[in-house]
Ligand binder design. Sequence first.
Ligand SMILES: *Cc1c(COP(=O)(O)O)cnc(C)c1O
Length: 431
Amino acid sequence: MLSDNIQRNEDGSLSFAGHNVPALARQFGTPLYLMDEERIRANCRMYIQAFRDNFGDAALPLYAGKAASFKQIYRIVGQEGMGVDAVSPGEIHTALSAGFPPEKIYYHGDAKTDEDIRYGVSKGVGWFIVDNEAELQQLNIEAERQGVVQKVLLRITPGIDPHTYHSISTGTVDVKFGVALETGQGFAFVHQALTMEHLDVQGLHCHVGSEVFDESVFEDTIDIMVDFISLLQQKLGYVTRVLNVGGGYGVRYLDTDKQIDIPARIAHVAEHLKQRTGEAGLPLPFFLMEPGRSIVADAGMTVYTVSTVKRIPGYKRYAIVDGGMTDNPRYCLYKAPYTVLNADRDTMFYAVYDLAGRCCESGDIIQPAVKLPDDTRRGDHIAVCTTGAYNYSMASNYNRLGRPPIVMLTKDSSYVAVRRETLDDLCALDN
Ligand SMILES: *Cc1c(COP(=O)(O)O)cnc(C)c1O
């Protein structure tokens, strides 16, 4: 199986996190998001432990809330000792409503409005990750107005493409996030930030991308950042106390995907950072990473019920289910791969289907060309694996479809962390 929390029982039905999937579908209805709480906790502990082993107390993993943002997830990651990376007042509000401590929130975003900045400062958000000069100026004004000195990290674009990391292509300078090093703007950005009286410039942030599988992406990033940190020290006498290298470790969506040994990777990254800062005569900065996907992806599964199977002789078959691009837009957005299983039964006799949704869009495909039993039919339960990241958080109400609930699975029970949206919820904002 794709992940060790997914099992096929003797009667052919599927289990997830030790719970029978068809039984959960009957109990809670479909479409249904399931989340394995123990797996989320185990993924947090993997980062926490690896950070402690390699950095002692001088490091903190932050959960990137955009992967899946709802109150219970903040309680869980908070209990495990993680910080949180947030990108909007909505995410911050969700975390604070769950009792998450504001001083452990790192506020990202490339388009923070004056109102967003005011909100973040007034809520005591510990850290702003400042994306650009306009934000820098406004944040300084707002911090002065509220009589605080705001801790910040400055977002730098190191110019690394995580998928062709050895060619440091200029193409990757051309992104909307952060300030580029290559053009000299990164240096000017730091220089300017240091003149801001109401900002405490603690260090630097960079994030090279998502679904990182290549071995040395973070090491190459560190090489560039340490050179820059050195330059800042020589030219400005500025000591970088915090370095945040972003998120991005990839997960397995298909059996053919590599399994990344994250603790081993972190050990290697730590060793590299210590070596490079040592060579440059720099103090080791406090180290941050922002994993999102690798905390929640393999803790998730989506369950649907087949509405109909459409066979077009000479073409193909569609298995059409009661959810779709509204609860999982990732194939539509970027051809994301997923493993799809019939949750009720296994068979020797398979056929190939496009798994399609219920939305009024021909492109509403959850996954094309999946192998499902030849006799897949109305009423069958279909499981899409590894949907814990960027599914619920990207869900929409297109076609006025209500978002599915999130049901958390623990060792011996299950509970609703987010309830299903009702028809009345869908009209709740309408006058
Ligand atoms: C998306 C994002 C992350 C999380 O990335 P994952 O691939 O989910 O680990 C972390 N930091 C920043 C700045 C991001 O944009």
